[in-house]
Write a protein that binds this ligand. Structure first.
Ligand code: NAD
Length: 435
């Protein structure tokens, strides 16, 4: 194992440089495999013979190519339901994040247990009441409860677990699933950035509207697809901040104590968590708009921060609330590096008209999805998959992808009894090698 870390560093660096992404590189390497096999056939046969006593003809048949002697045959893919699946959902879109995966599970032919979140008790009990009235209780059940109920459920054997929630609990779900080798889909969160490039005044106006509704317009920032922070060039930040302030007032009103059409923070625990983020003096001094809090009502007003310290919790943890840090870069290209230096986000938003920059964002960064010039709408587009990558999740769903998430794609090969060719069976000979 000497030099393992160095080897891994070389591989990581090659990937980072984009080396393995070009079609030319892929072709050259695949051709390399062809050449490796072609030029070393004898040695491979010899090694296989040494290891397991395989005759070269058998090795050629099984470890080489798919020979013509297996024809005629017909192959197809048959999706089959996985069995009994467990769906654990979160509180922030407590209805859709329960029903959407359930649709996939049912469409694919599974039986299901749904465990909604205890933090949205009204929706949880409504689902528990309605589901048995409308759906087959012999196949679909709702089980209500919090962590302790979840733990009991996770201890059982399932054929699939579909989890929506935090990365912290995602890890717990995955290790419970590992005990039974149960496949998982993990719909997690993370810090989803929005890059704002130089734009005309009218385009910036549209961008700002969409950022405001993508941040505060959906559960007051308590959405996995909410904009977590904005990256913008230093010289553009003052204008962007000014426009954000004006737009927030236009959408929600001028009186910060009585804002309209905006959700509260879900519970005291999350209120305290968010409030604590602002307690750090270096963070609170970066607040350029908002910041008022009402513990009684569990409400925090839309708050904008300019360049809070990057090592403060507000910039290392998912915010999941109404605080929006604006981070300045000297050149917008730097935003790519900024994003790549952090865990892979669930969504990457970018407001730009620069086609080559768009191309760079798609090919040089990794995220669950990328949305140009809007926020949140990708969630409603059923023709593209929704799901995270790396720490933002595992697997995907929506539309046809939901069906796939709850199916096993079984390969089925049909052969006839016709045409039984001798070369596939022993005794082996040099003549049979030719087939
Ligand atoms: P959470 O992880 O606290 O809870 C999610 C579910 O897990 C709940 O049903 C809860 O009862 C259960 N749970 C909590 N602790 C558990 C434990 N120790 N063991 C087993 N089960 C446990 O998440 P949340 O607060 O409901 O939701 C917020 C998080 O979810 C954010 O990180 C957000 O980004 C993410 N999220 C992701 C998506 C998505 O589609 N990717 C959607 C909504 C929310």
């Amino acid at each position: 194992m000497d030099g393992l870390d160095e080897s891994l560093a070389v591989l990581r660096e090659s990937f980072k440089r984009g080396k393995t992404r070009t079609a030319a590189w892929r072709k050259s390497q695949l051709n390399g495999i062809l050449k490796l096999v072609g030029e070393n056939e004898e040695k491979i046969f010899q090694a296989l013979n040494e290891d397991i006593g395989k005759h070269p003809v058998e090795a050629y048949r099984d470890e080489g190519y798919i020979p013509l002697i297996f024809f005629p045959a017909k192959a197809r893919v048959v999706p089959e339901p996985l069995g009994l699946v467990l769906i654990i959902s979160s509180w922030n879109f407590p209805f859709s994040l329960s029903i959407d995966p359930l649709i996939g599970a049912i469409a694919a032919g599974n039986t299901a247990v749904l465990k909604p979140s205890e933090s949205s008790p009204a929706t949880s009990s409504l689902l528990a009441k309605l589901v048995p009235l409308y759906l087959d209780p012999e196949a679909i059940r709702v089980i209500e409860g919090g962590t302790s109920v979840s733990e009991v459920l996770l201890d059982k054997k399932w054929d699939k677990i579909f989890f929506t929630g935090s990365s912290r609990v995602g890890r717990i779900v995955m290790s419970a699933a590992a005990k039974h080798l149960t496949p998982v889909t993990l719909e997690l969160g993370g810090k989803s950035p929005a890059i704002v490039d130089a734009l005309s005044d009218s385009d910036l106006e549209v961008a700002v509207k969409r950022i405001v509704s993508g941040k505060w317009g959906s559960c007051n920032g308590q959405a996995c697809i909410a904009v977590d922070y904005v990256l913008v060039e230093e010289k553009l930040a003052p204008l962007l901040i000014e426009k954000l302030k004006i737009r927030i007032r236009k959408f929600y009103g001028n009186n910060s104590q009585e804002l309209k059409d905006i959700s509260r923070v879900v519970n005291k625990h999350h209120f305290k968590r968010l409030s604590n983020l602002l307690k750090d003096p270096d963070v609170s001094s970066s607040v350029v708009f908002g910041g008022s809090q009402d513990e009684q009502r569990s409400f925090i007003e839309p708050t904008i921060l300019l360049n809070p310290p990057l090592d403060a919790e507000i910039m290392t943890e998912e915010i999941f609330g109404p605080l929006l840090p604006i981070i300045t870069v000297s050149n917008i290209q730097e935003s790519i590096e900024f994003i790549n230096a952090r865990p892979k986000p669930l969504v990457l938003y970018a407001f730009t008209k620069d086609e080559s920059f768009k191309g760079q964002i798609v090919t040089q960064t990794s995220s669950g999805c990328v949305t140009f010039n809007d926020t949140a709408v990708q969630f409603l587009c059923d023709s593209i998959p929704f799901g995270g990558v790396g720490e933002s999740g595992l697997g995907r769903y929506h539309g046809k992808y939901s069906f796939d998430a709850f199916s096993h794609e079984k390969g089925v090969l049909h052969r006839t009894f016709y045409l039984e060719l001798a070369p596939r069976h022993p005794p082996w000979s040099d003549f049979k090698m030719k087939f």
